[in-house]
Design a protein around this ligand. Structure first.
Ligand code: PLP
Length: 253
């Protein structure tokens, strides 16, 4: 079954992350992608050398012309004006927000006022927020929640009106990676997968857009997360195989 997903986010010129990765993921999972670009970035896997924010009105226009969609995935927003424009224009459909704050190369991708706008204006429109542990820690600091108190932070996020929070364990250590899905009044659900020794850019984009496409195709939230995690796991396995092959092919002097 096909589903239309509106992917709102930044354009990563390397193609590793952002809306290019989102639309590739949506199409790989038999969905159809519409795109609203919030910022154009110049980047490689090692550095971000330019970020050019798209005017909020142009973001709103892209959303308006997307037509009916069956789910929304939001990633990099850049600055407060764009967060506010997206919050005002986002269509009524299951909405997954990956709170992109920084690239893995260390460049800030959402400014300070943008984080405040995300918490105040956008969060109430979101059905699923997908922070990794560093992003959750940054949101906790902003909310005045004690460092490391994940459950207090998640509770505050849920109380602000977001439907569910998936805390991704990929940045932790250990042989397995565990993600936790929190909803108000429902027991937490844990998703466990073997940790794979491979670095792959855009895994957060991949996971959130895979969840969105499964929601667009009518899956429940738990089924959508389960299927999306399988998708990311398979991509990591391919990256690991490429890494192993590269090492075997490296000619050492
Ligand atoms: N650039 C853009 C436009 C993104 O949307 C994201 C993540 O969503 C990133 C960079 C960061 O990706 P990574 O963590 O793989 O560097």
């Amino acid at each position: 079954m096909s589903g239309v997903v509106l992917c709102i986010g930044g354009l990563d010129s390397s193609g590793g992350a952002g809306v290019l990765r989102d639309s590739a993921t949506v199409h790989a999972l038999n969905g159809t992608a519409r795109v609203a670009v919030t910022a154009v970035t110049a980047q490689s896997d090692r550095a971000v050398t330019a970020v050019h924010a798209v005017p909020p009105k142009v973001v709103t226009d892209q959303i308006a012309i997307a037509g009916p969609v069956s789910a929304v995935k939001i990633g990099m927003l850049g600055r407060a004006g764009i967060v506010e424009a997206v919050a005002a224009a986002v269509p009524r459909a299951p909405c997954v927000l990956d709170p992109v704050l920084m690239s893995s190369s260390g460049h800030m991708l959402l400014d300070d006022l943008g984080v405040t706008a995300l918490l105040d204006r956008l969060l109430p429109k979101v059905d699923l927020l997908t922070p990794n542990v560093p992003e959750l820690a940054a949101l906790a600091r902003r909310l005045g929640v004690p460092e490391g108190d994940h459950s207090a932070c998640v509770e505050r996020l849920l109380q602000r009106g977001c439907g569910a929070v998936l805390v991704k364990g990929g940045h932790a250590e250990g042989p397995v990676s565990v993600d936790h899905l929190y909803r108000l009044g429902v027991p937490c659900v844990a998703f466990t997968a073997p940790r794979i020794d491979a670095t792959l850019r855009g895994t957060g984009c991949r996971l959130a857009s895979a969840i969105a496409v499964h929601l667009a195709q009518g899956a429940s939230l738990v089924d959508a997360v389960t299927a999306a995690k399988h998708h990311v796991h398979d991509a990591l396995l391919v990256a690991q195989e490429a890494l192993d092959l590269g090492e075997k092919l490296t000619v050492r002097p």
